[in-house]
Design a protein around this ligand. Structure first.
Ligand code: ZN
Ligand code: ZN
Length: 353
């Protein structure tokens, strides 16, 4: 934690700020260790102040190290603003306009608020070994649930029942879904964010299951698409093309690679196969304390990949009214290429009744 605060403090100085107010709770947890629901910290080369209210006095004492802890009583924002001096950055990508104005009003005249979003997020992109282990553990849980889902079978169950089973099993081992699982069968698969519904999974169709677990604060994310019997030629081909695009995307994951080039490696393959119009989303995203974080892998993303980032590679083909496929792996960017693929469930088209 102290190391993270030091690295952030370097970024704060580089940005020409005296301090940065970190109030977004995931960023706050990353920087200070505090996992409660009300807190903030002010951090800079000469400042390490952590703020919370009386409800969290004990929790802050347990979790927060390396900060002076201030218990704010009375007006929360005025309490924080009372500590502002010089150029104070704030997370303009998280704070509401109303909150920012209130902070500005409450601060002394010697303080100036500066829009400074994304600093903590840029640190969070590159994981520490301990973070990667936690993401890997969350990914293992997800993989074991895929095997359970396969053993139970898919046909004659509703999508909602399969989704509820997954969520219940995650909770039994102390996890939480990192997002509501997607179970999309047959034509429902054509919607990338389909919610599991009352549709009963039939025979000879594709079923896309996208799920992730949060364990110990860290998320996983994986998608597999299964077949419930022999498929029509176009569904079969969609699967094979998506799988080839997934593999091309994985090969393009390299430290120093520009995200749009990684996206293009998979997208070009889908376009060349004649399915370009059916792949309407970006190739992937970073995963960590949040299931969607930096870097973004997409056609317009200028993010450059770095060693020890954890990203998904998830091409898909979605044909309205017919079917859909997505295959998503979660990987660790290594020194050259991928250091680890955290998604171990087979990607060969698997038939499940
Ligand atoms: Zn996913
Ligand atoms: Zn994803």
């Amino acid at each position: 934690m102290a190391d993270r605060a030091d690295r952030l403090s370097d970024l704060v100085a580089e940005a020409g700020l005296d301090s940065l107010l970190v109030a977004e709770l995931t960023n706050l947890r990353y920087i200070s260790g505090f996992a409660g629901s009300n807190g903030a910290c002010l951090i800079g080369p000469d400042t390490r102040t952590f703020f919370t209210d009386f409800r969290y006095t004990e929790r802050a004492a347990e979790e927060v190290e390396g900060f002076e802890v201030e218990i704010v009583s009375g007006d929360w924002l005025a309490g924080l603003a009372g500590f502002f001096e010089g150029k104070v950055g704030f997370e303009d990508d998280h704070l509401t306009v109303r909150t920012a104005l209130k902070l500005e009003d409450s601060a002394s005249e010697s303080a100036e608020l500066i829009h400074s979003g994304g600093l903590v997020e840029s640190l969070r992109r590159v994981k520490e070994p301990g973070e990667i282990e936690r993401i890997a553990t969350a990914a293992e849980l997800t993989d074991s649930l895929y095997h359970e889902v396969m053993e139970r079978g898919l046909t004659d169950r509703t999508e909602a029942e399969i989704g509820a089973f997954v969520v219940a099993r995650m909770r039994e081992v102390g996890g939480e879904p990192s997002f509501p699982p997607i179970v999309a069968s047959g034509p429902n698969g054509a919607s990338p964010h389909a919610e599991p519904g009352p549709r009963v999974v039939g025979k000879r169709e594709l079923v896309t299951i996208d799920m992730g677990a949060t364990l110990d604060g860290y998320c996983s994310d994986c998608t597999r698409t299964f077949a419930t019997g022999m498929l029509e030629a176009m569904a079969n081909e969609s699967y094979e093309v998506t799988l080839a695009a997934n593999e091309a995307g994985l090969k393009a994951v390299q430290p120093g690679a520009v995200a749009s080039d990684v996206d293009a490696a998979a997208r070009d393959l889908i376009e060349d196969a004649g399915y370009g119009e059916y792949f309407g989303h970006g190739l992937g995203h970073g995963v960590g304390l949040e299931v969607h974080e930096g870097p973004r892998l997409g056609a317009r993303s200028k993010d450059v990949l770095a060693t020890m980032e954890v990203v998904t590679v998830e091409p898909g083909i979605y044909i309205s009214g017919f079917t859909g496929v997505r295959i998503e792996d979660l990987v660790v960017v290594g020194e050259e290429g991928i250091a680890r693929n955290l998604s171990s469930v087979s990607k060969a088209l698997t038939y499940i009744d």
